[in-house]
Design a protein around this ligand. Structure first.
Ligand code: SIN
Ligand code: MN
Length: 277
């Protein structure tokens, strides 16, 4: 699927582009059907909310489930991403954020790229996220908040990290160091003053859409999402693509492969109907 010139201009200007109902209900149902098996798999790929029970995210499911692998190589996603980046790409990270009814916790304001640069050594922000809405995302179930144009502000200053109220008494207390960035207590959150200034200049958008919609967004777009106190689940699959020309420059440290993939082979797309096969 190729983006039009107008869509490309809009992406470059705003830092995001929503394609409503990019996947059909039949296709989304196939993806949803795979979730229960993935959710009950006990592994480091599965992150729970801070109360310790409800699943927050599952990482790397494209290496565990064939239909999610096909989703990550789907031409309706990969072709626009290659077009925007003007490059071959590989899957850098794949996650499913569950944000369950009544209990899904927030994602604080942040830019993604700083995590990938500082934690994994990615040398360029030529990275795109594709958020595939498995559930409908509405005003109630914790939609992503986006600040249009904020990706053009460069890397924003990060305030000194507050001592966390979460770390002291939560299920994350004895976790490995990389876990906190996958929780509601992330390391590089953008400060309130900066967010206020950006919103005053650029406004704010809640990214809503029917299930099957796809939101493409830039790795430096400032975004967040509130917790979900509604009775509606909000499952979104996020696939992060990196240009094959800018693979991470690794240092001694290494996050697990399901957070920073080392499979740099350029993606080959599957057939357009492959989710229904
Ligand atoms: C993210 O920023 O990585 C996730 C946001 C969300 O699931 O709302
Ligand atoms: Mn993010």
């Amino acid at each position: 699927m190729q983006l039009t010139q107008k869509q490309l201009v809009s992406f470059n200007e705003n830092g995001f582009l929503l394609i409503p109902e990019c996947f059909s209900l039949a296709e989304v149902r196939r993806l949803s059907a795979e979730l229960p098996a993935l959710l009950c798999e006990e592994s480091q790929r599965r992150i729970v909310e801070k109360e310790g029970e409800v699943v927050r995210s599952i990482y790397g499911s494209h290496t565990r489930s064939d239909i999610f692998r096909r989703l990550s190589c789907h031409p309706r996603i990969v072709e626009p991403v290659c077009q925007i980046l003007n490059s071959d790409v590989y899957v850098y990270q794949f996650k499913i954020n569950i944000k369950s009814a009544f209990s899904g916790d927030l994602w604080d304001w942040h830019q993604d790229f700083i995590f990938w640069q500082k934690e994994d050594g990615v040398p360029s922000d030529r990275m795109i996220n594709a958020a595939i809405f498995i559930d409908e995302v509405n005003e109630f179930n914790g939609p992503m908040f986006l600040i249009p144009g904020s990706h053009r502000e460069g890397t924003l200053e990060i305030p000194a990290r507050k001592v966390s109220s979460v770390d002291g008494n939560s299920v994350y207390k004895n976790s490995l160091s990389w876990v906190s960035n996958l929780t509601a207590d992330i390391k590089y959150s953008v400060g309130r003053e900066v967010v206020s200034q950006l919103v005053a200049r650029f406004g704010i958008v809640a990214s809503k859409g029917a299930s099957g919609s796809v939101l493409f967004f830039h790795s430096k777009l400032v975004h967040a999402s509130p917790n979900n106190i509604s009775p509606f689940d909000r499952v979104i699959t996020f696939v992060t693509y990196n240009s094959t020309s800018y693979i991470p420059v690794t240092s001694g440290r290494r996050r697990p492969d399901f957070l920073c993939s080392r499979d740099y082979r350029p993606l080959v797309t599957v057939s357009d109907s492959s989710l229904l096969l």
